[in-house]
Design a protein around this ligand. Sequence first.
Ligand SMILES: Cc1ncc(COP(=O)(O)O)c(C=O)c1O
Length: 406
Amino acid sequence: MSNVAKIRKTKELQGDTFKIAHDAKVAKKENDHVIDATVGALFDDDGRFHTFKTITDSIQRIEDKRQYAYPPIDGGQAFRESLLSWVFQNHEQEIKEAFNVDLIATPGACGALHNAFLNYMEQEDTLIMPDIYWTNYRAILSNIDRSYRTYPMFDGNRFNFAGLKQTIDQEIERHDRIILLFNDPAHNPTGYSMTGSEWREIYRHARDVIERGKHVTIVYDLAYMDYAGDSFETSREIFESIKDVHKNLLMLFAFSGSKSFSLYGQRLGALIAVSKSRDEIDAFSRVARFVARSTWSCPPATGVRLIEDLPLVKEGFVAELDQARHALKTRSETFIREAAEIGLCHYPYQSGFFVTLIVDDPALSYQKLSDQGIYGIPVERGLRLSLSSLSLSDVKGLAKRIKAIL
Ligand SMILES: Cc1ncc(COP(=O)(O)O)c(C=O)c1O
């Protein structure tokens, strides 16, 4: 009998993603022809972990006293201003004029999500998210004893708004607050990016729900934003549709520096609150800092200092990011074209690190493929392939090999 507190003793990471990733690594070490499409990180075509030179150089220039001292709990003003400029880009001014905005630095988007769920969900609340999702959401919720329910993400090749609406309408029968989670654009695991009109439909429904006297919070996980769209500018089109939202809507954007700057281990992230209601943002400012201070105390310094210095290297970094996005796009276009040629079905993909195959039995499909040296990750209703970690030569012909095995 362990000393773990009774209320914590059932806590355990579910699922075998880590084991699968480990098995793939071991298999790849033994046989270089193995396809390891399990890794959620960007690799170059030569199989090396992708780094941005501008970012590496900028980190090396951080003076010791900035690197090693405690940064402010929220990251500090210079961090906060620079991060907002990075995330919102050419929409920044308009957003600042139309909304109240505050943010805090967090250890990765994970820290941001923990902070958001803890502060914006009552014990009895249920988070609403699509049925194809990044599985760590479940653990972040379970850690704080909060629950979730899902709706079918797709209706054919489009986002299933009707399914979302029906779920919201059922939830408001029982709850005063609605909390919605989206991972967009370049959704993990499918690579789907919602259109402006899909977002506008969601915001319109949120307006209706608020007008019926309910509280609505939208948690918007931006983890793969910098790999969405055809260019750096188009990836920010998602902010077009937020401008006409209801004055009491609260939007919480979870930003991840892991993918944007290829700094997975540095735990750079932020939680950005945007609302037309001043009171809502004042409340956020209090509770978000409280959770930060009492959970991780202050954010890791390197990422904070990097963001402070970002304006100095932005131009060079954007050029490097464009190249990385382009390399990823070449891989995904190759895979998607070849998959279409031989009728290998996947969920709708626009951009991002992953493509998810539509399979009836994810565990069985994983088994069949891994027996033949192709490792993906079984997810709810599919098998995720990480194109970000494969070289273009590995991607060429992969769809055909998979189709032959499945
Ligand atoms: C959809 C999604 N959200 C959030 C995260 C968390 O990112 P971070 O490393 O910033 O905590 C990930 C990481 O894989 C992710 O895939």
